[in-house]
Design a protein around this ligand. Structure first.
Ligand code: ADP
Ligand code: MG
Length: 210
């Protein structure tokens, strides 16, 4: 994988959040303030634009640029959270021009650690961590077992989707939805939903280059 993989990943996210914008808005309207779909679309539209203007940076630098762009364009919680995630992930790759699956695990681990540091959420708090953590764990264990990268990424995306669905019966303990207390139960978390889209986009982008 290389810089083109990152650009392709960000384009796939842009396409996915556009297609799911209204759904993300509805989910956030139920337990938040209804801006998650527009936040994600605005953010990743700006990311695609920023990456399109870049001239030959290595993949890590592109991730850092993407993260910076999200922080500066998205006002909601998801902007700084995904922004710091992509910046931390990008730093793992430094200046190298290509990377393998095991380093992708390190990138995603750093992204997860950054989200958990900043947002202090754990699995079960009904946030994006419920989708991201099982995805990272699944990717790591599948690659460790010798599964091919595209299949491991497919399993990771499926784990994120399962994590997303697991948020429905939970009561939110972090973010805006936590203000609702028990009334947050019975709704799927918007951030976990967009995180599942982001992991599915990664699988598509990485498979394309294979
Ligand atoms: P805001 O809540 O500021 O309107 P968004 O609507 O864009 O921001 O994003 C909401 C999502 O952000 C939630 O569904 C949740 O997944 C995620 N989120 C909120 N707070 C946290 C946190 N402390 N840690 C992890 N994720 C969080
Ligand atoms: Mg919101």
């Amino acid at each position: 994988m290389d810089a083109a993989t990152i650009t392709s990943w960000m384009r796939e996210i842009d396409v996915a959040v556009r297609a799911e914008r209204d759904h993300l808005v509805q989910l956030d309207a139920a337990i938040g303030d209804g801006d998650h779909g527009t936040n994600m679309v605005r953010g990743f539209e700006a990311v695609v634009q920023a990456l399109g203007a870049d001239d030959g940076s290595p993949p890590g630098k592109l991730l850092v640029l993407a993260g910076r762009t999200l922080v500066s364009t998205v006002g909601g919680a998801s902007g700084p959270l995904w922004g710091s995630a992509l910046r931390s992930g990008g730093r793992v790759l430094g200046e190298q021009m290509t990377f393998e699956g095991n380093q992708l695990v390190e990138v995603l681990s750093a992204a997860l650690a950054s989200v958990k540091d900043l947002g202090t959420a754990a699995v079960g708090d009904k946030t994006m961590v419920d989708a991201l953590e099982p995805a990272v764990d699944t990717l790591r264990s599948r690659l460790h077992d010798g599964v091919a990268l595209d299949q491991a990424l497919d399993a990771a995306a499926a784990a994120a989707e399962a994590g997303m669905r697991s948020t429905v019966p939970l009561q939110a303990r972090k973010g805006r939805a936590s203000y609702l207390g028990e009334r947050s139960v019975g709704h799927q978390d918007p951030g976990a939903t967009s995180t599942a889209l982001i992991l599915r986009a990664l699988q598509k982008a990485a498979t394309k280059g294979a």
